[in-house]
Design a protein around this ligand. Structure first.
Ligand SMILES: [Zn+2]
Length: 162
C-alpha cells in the first residue's frame, strides 16, 4: 500500500516506530498524550489504523467505539521487529516514499528552492547540497545528507527489498 491508501495512529508506547513510519513516508500520528480512548476516538474519526502493543483494549473502551476501530497489535518489543511487522501486514513500500514527510509533525514536505535557504541551513550544508525540502507546518528543512543515507541503509537491512 502506498501512503495515500493507508494512515496510522500509533499509541504512546510506539513513538520510535511512528518516527520510522514517517521516515518511510507514511502518515503516522503519534504523541505522548495519545493512547487509550483518546487514541481510538481520533483514529476512528480520521479512519486510521491503530498501532498498539496494548492487549487489553477491549476492557477499556466503549463497545461501539471498539467495533469501529481498526487495530493492529504489534508484538515485537523493539525496533526493527515492530517496523517489520507493520511493513509486512500493510505491504509498505520500503523505498519509494522515503523522506517525503516531516519526522516531527507528520506533514508532507515539499521541495524548496536552494536560494531561499541561505539563512536557514548551516553554510557547509548550503555549499554541499543542491536539493532541499521543507515542512510547511514547522519550517524544518531536510536534505539528503549522511543521516539520510544511514537511515536508508538501516531500512534496507531491516526490511530487505520488500
Ligand atoms: Zn514539520
Amino acid at each position: 500500500m502506498n501512503p495515500n491508501e493507508v494512515r496510522f495512529a500509533a499509541d504512546a508506547m510506539l513513538l520510535s516506530l511512528a518516527k520510522w513510519m514517517r521516515l518511510l513516508g507514511y502518515d503516522c500520528l503519534a504523541d505522548e498524550a495519545l493512547f487509550g480512548r483518546g487514541l481510538a476516538e481520533r483514529a476512528v474519526a480520521d479512519r486510521r489504523w491503530i498501532l498498539t502493543r496494548n492487549r487489553r483494549w477491549a476492557g477499556d473502551l466503549p463497545k461501539a467505539l471498539l467495533e469501529r476501530a481498526d487495530i493492529f497489535r504489534v508484538t515485537a518489543e523493539e525496533l526493527p521487529g515492530q517496523l517489520r511487522e507493520v511493513a509486512e501486514r500493510f505491504s509498505l513500500d520500503a523505498s519509494a516514499f522515503l523522506f517525503t514527510r516531516c519526522l516531527v509533525c507528520n506533514e508532507p514536505v515539499a521541495p524548496v528552492a536552494k536560494r531561499d535557504l541561505r539563512a536557514a541551513v548551516p553554510p557547509a550544508v548550503w555549499e554541499r547540497e543542491e536539493r532541499f525540502w521543507q515542512c510547511a507546518r514547522c519550517g524544518r528543512v531536510y536534505w539528503q545528507g549522511s543521516h539520510v543515507r544511514d537511515s536508508a541503509r538501516r531500512l534496507e537491512a531491516w526490511l530487505g527489498g520488500s
